[in-house]
Each structure stands twice: as C-alpha cells, then as structure tokens.
Ligand binder design. Structure first.
Ligand code: TRP
Ligand code: CA
Ligand code: ZN
Length: 316
C-alpha cells in the first residue's frame, strides 16, 4: 500500500486535523523535525558496538546463533530487557508460537507523552541459524537500544508517546511483528502515528538507503543525511522484506534505514559512498561470518545518530 498525503501547501493547513487519523501520514511532526531534532543526542557508536559485543558473546555461548526458538534468542531478549528496565522503561514480553517453537517480542514504553499519538521504533532481534546475526540484525537492535537509553539519560519528555520494540522470528517471515500488529485493537493501531524500522544498518560495504514510504518520515531521514553531506538512495532491495511491512499493511505510516544486504554495490555507488564496487553490501548476509567483524563503524554511527534524530524530531 502506498500512503498518500496532501500537497505541501495543503498539508500546512490540515496536518493538525488529520494527524490522528488511522492510515494518515506522520506529517504533523514534519515541521518540528528541524528545530526539535537539533536537540537529539549524538549516539555513541562505541556504546552501540558494546551491545554488539554482548550479542556476539550470547551467540558464541549458545551454539553460534540467536535464532528463533533457540537459547541465544531468549538470552538476547533478556539482555535488552534488563538494560531497558534499569533505565526506567515499562517493558512487556509478548509470547507467540511459530514452527512449534516459542518466540518473543519485547515492547518498551517510555512513560509519558500523548498515548493517542504513539511513535514507534523497532528492529528484529533474531538471527538466522547459520550465524550470530551481528549486522542482521544486531546492528538495528543495538542502535535502537542505545537510542532508547539516550531517551532515558536525557529524561526526554516528548509530546508524543514513545515505544520501542524488538521483534522475534523475523527470519521466519516477519512472524513477531505481524503477531504484534494483529494483536492490537483497531483503536490501538490507529493511535500509532508512525513506525520506524531498522534492519541491517552497519553493513561492511555500506550503502545509505532510506525507505520510500511515509513522506514525512522519509524527509526526516533525508534531512539528517543532507546535514552530514552524505547522499542517500531509496531502498529497493525488497520492499516488504522487514518488520515495517505488517505495520504498512495495517495503514500505519512507516519508514526506515538500510545499509544493504546481498545486492552488489555499483561503480556509481562506490564513487559516492566509498567501499568496493562489484562486491555485496554485506557479503556475510545470512552466513556464519556475520560477526562483530562484519560491521562498518561509520555506517553504524551515522545510522544510529539518524535514529535518534528521527525519534526526537518525530515525537516532539
Ligand atoms: N532481514 C531482511 C531479510 O533477511 C534483510 C533485508 C533484505 C532487508 N532486504 C531488505 C531489510 C530491505 C530492509 C529492507 O530479508
Ligand atoms: Ca554518533
Ligand atoms: Zn535477515
């Protein structure tokens, strides 16, 4: 589904009225993205990488992976949950069954804000069985975690309500995120102003891709990258291949960032972003070599900072 929004001039006049409607755009937040997002913190890439080191240790101690239904998945969930609980979040574990194994989503609400306008950021926490899943998707999971912890450290009090999520069983076909969306009442679904998805954001031969979905969310990410002077492209490596899809299908405005999976970097892309043309963005995608060595620190840092910029800007 493609969400349509009014033109720029019309949007100025009507955003306040339509911003609460189900299936609408998060456009009501767009004018605030500039000034408010300027207050967003610089996320420490060292802190994000420290979470990745922990996720790697969890995989290593549990048969080499963090896959759905395996001990490494639950240990990953417990690690993230403990950090959030200590930071003052209200956490909920949502349990489901897929392929005969128990799966879990972790939902973390930041107390306060208008619960009639919920801004969500999420990432899948499960890996495939063949490896530790550090770029796919320790990267998104760790960056969203560190952004949530930054919300707590800043004692951020946005106008909208903030909710963070870590999904189970994405690798089995977006199972956890679909379960969550289906579990919401129509009213609760309509109260989600936007869902931001982060799946693979530290690819070793990175591209800088922005999802082409809700225009205001897309604009916020592009604005961040324009400020850095780094060009972006629209994400085309499989629309609907991550956890934003169930939200989008339910009429929730969505957006996100992506640094590339098994598509090959072109010469033009290497010219603007550096890295190696003729090589996949992530040659270890779904492989045993998706370890802590499989991360580009610059991409992880930029994308982590972009997450904070969007969370601050879109929830003000
Ligand atoms: N986890 C996704 C998958 O295994 C990775 C992915 C591929 C992706 N293409 C994407 C994520 C496009 C976001 C957007 O399929
Ligand atoms: Ca940073
Ligand atoms: Zn994957």
């Amino acid at each position: 589904m493609k969400l349509s929004v009014p033109g720029r001039a019309a949007a100025t006049a009507v955003v306040t009225a339509v911003s609460l409607l189900a299936g609408g755009s998060i456009a009501g937040a767009a004018p605030a993205a500039g000034p408010t997002a300027a207050a967003a913190p610089d996320i420490s890439v060292a802190a994000v990488k420290a979470h990745l080191t922990q996720l790697q240790s969890i995989a290593t101690a549990n048969g080499g992976n963090r896959a759905h239904g395996r001990a490494g998945y639950k240990a990953s969930l417990d690690y993230v949950k403990a950090k959030l609980d200590a930071a003052g979040f209200t956490t909920t574990i949502q349990q489901f069954t897929s392929s005969g194994r128990t799966g879990y989503n972790l939902i973390a609400d930041w107390p306060g804000g208008d619960t009639g306008q919920v801004v969500m950021a999420g990432s899948h926490l499960d890996s495939v069985t063949s490896g530790a899943g550090i770029n796919d998707n320790g990267s998104g999971s760790a960056a969203v975690l560190e952004t949530a912890l930054a919300v707590s450290r800043a004692n951020f009090r946005p106008a909208k309500h903030l909710r963070f999520a870590w999904w189970g069983a994405e690798e089995l076909g977006l199972v956890g995120s679909r379960y969550y969306v289906n579990s919401l009442s129509t009213g609760d679904r309509s109260r989600i102003s936007g869902y931001l998805n982060f799946d693979m954001i530290g690819s070793p031969n990175p591209g800088y891709f922005v999802y082409d979905d809700d225009p205001a969310i897309e604009k916020t990410f592009k604005e961040y990258y324009t400020g850095l002077g780094v060009p972006t492209e629209i994400e085309t490596e499989g629309d609907g291949r991550s956890d934003h899809a169930p939200f989008k299908n339910a009429g929730v405005p969505v957006g996100g960032l992506f640094s590339g999976a098994d598509y090959v970097k072109t010469a033009a892309q290497a010219a603007k972003w550096g890295g190696t043309s003729g090589l996949a963005f992530d040659r270890c995608y779904h492989s045993s070599c998706d370890t802590t060595a499989n991360i580009n620190d610059t991409a992880l840092d930029r994308n982590s900072d972009a997450i904070a910029y969007a969370v601050w800007g879109l929830s003000a």
